[in-house]
Design a protein around this ligand. Structure first.
Ligand SMILES: NC(=O)c1ccc[n+]([C@@H]2O[C@H](COP(=O)([O-])OP(=O)(O)OC[C@H]3O[C@@H](n4cnc5c(N)ncnc54)[C@H](OP(=O)(O)O)[C@@H]3O)[C@@H](O)[C@H]2O)c1
Length: 333
């Protein structure tokens, strides 16, 4: 795979989002997820993304099964700050409570979480440790002060921040150099494109687009709301609900038009588009299927033309918020 720089080294230019193997999106088997993890490394897709909250720790435990023998092959990223309750591990529980989680950025919580993640992952250090959401009660300087201590202690190699606005990125970076900023970015979520993505370029920080396939919508494989299983988190996402779903299909149609010219799939065009935004971008599409893994990594070979980019930039914004209203209060903090 083509490489892109991160920290003092480099990784395959398309990473692997592991969340859906244990959380949020239904289906799949542990057996296939383990095959996807192993196969990703065989392909050179070695930038894995997880978080302590995915499946209330279960996603980290899953990754540990492969890390046991292949730790050296992986650039491992995990996150803390979203407080989850192990008793609320099903999506129906979370939805019923109507609040997916709350955020804790206190230094005590940072120290507690890192040790738990190291234990679940079965590793002696984490390559990239992110604050998952910003705690409005705790100045980011305090949180990153504690995170910097983890670097000094050798528990963590690099620091990152997720869903932070530009000012927060700059403040955290002033406490300890950030290696990555991870936030939602795709053809249907361009909120950070004209500020955070540019600030990252200026500061030498990698920008990691999450949900680059629009949580699967941009692939065109989800054709109706009913395609989503009853426990699938996306039933809760306004862009997938009611008339928004139908209106947003226009976006998929526009992406398909470009894809047809390349004999490619729309999801591959969505990935080629984020890759085209700059060398400091490393997307982490999520999948638990071998077939999708191969398809997503092949997007690396697609060179979009000026005409493609013009057409893609003319796509109208989606209808519907990118998170349910309560969760929107926690993003871009
Ligand atoms: N920092 C944050 O707050 C945050 C938030 C969300 C996600 N993330 C991270 O970002 C990663 C990626 O985001 P995401 O998983 O939310 O969304 P995504 O990558 O945009 O889409 C994932 C969805 O697309 C489907 N898919 C993947 N490849 C496909 C293909 N080639 N054809 C058809 N469908 C395909 C997957 O299906 P299958 O599941 O069936 O394979 C899954 O349902 C996550 O895994 C997680 O690590 C971070």
């Amino acid at each position: 795979m083509k490489q892109r720089k991160i920290g003092h080294g480099s990784v395959g230019e398309i990473g692997l989002g592991c969340m859906g193997m244990s959380f949020a999106y239904s289906g799949g088997t542990e057996e296939e997820s383990l095959s996807v993890l192993n196969q990703s490394l065989d392909y050179g897709c070695n930038f894995w993304d997880t978080a302590d909250m995915y499946g209330a720790g279960n996603n980290e435990l899953l990754l540990a099964k492969v890390l046991k023998t292949r730790r050296q092959d992986v650039f491992l990223a995990t996150k803390f700050a979203n407080v989850y309750d192990r008793s609320l591990s099903s999506h129906q529980d979370l939805v019923a409570q109507n609040v997916p989680y709350f955020v804790d950025g206190t230094p005590e919580y940072v120290r507690k979480c890192v040790d738990k993640s190291l234990e679940r992952l079965g590793v002696d250090h984490i390559d990239l440790y992110y604050q998952h959401r910003i705690d409005p009660r705790v100045p980011v300087e305090e949180t990153f002060g504690a995170m910097a201590e983890l670097v000094a202690a050798g528990k963590v190699k690099y620091l990152g921040i997720s869903e932070a606005k530009e000012e927060t990125v700059r403040r955290a970076h002033a406490v300890h150099p950030l290696t990555a900023v991870q936030s939602e970015l795709s053809l249907w979520t361009q909120d950070f494109l004209h500020d955070v993505v540019l600030a990252c370029k200026e500061l030498g920080i990698t920008f990691v687009p999450y949900s680059p396939l629009g949580r699967g919508f941009l692939t065109g494989e989800i054709k109706t709301f009913e395609d989503l299983a009853p426990d699938d988190w996306r039933r809760n996402n306004p862009r997938f609900q009611g008339e928004n779903f139908d209106l947003n299909l226009r976006i998929v149609d526009a992406v398909k038009k470009v894809a047809d010219r390349h004999s490619a799939k729309p999801g591959q065009i969505a990935l080629a588009w984020v890759l085209s935004l700059g060398d400091h971008i490393i997307p982490i599409p999520g999948t638990k299927r071998l077939k999708y893994l191969a398809e997503n990594l092949a997007a690396s070979e697609i060179a979009l033309t000026a005409e493609d980019l013009k057409e893609l930039s003319a796509i109208e914004p989606p209808t519907g918020l990118r998170y349910p209203e309560l969760a929107m209060a926690l993003v871009a903090g």
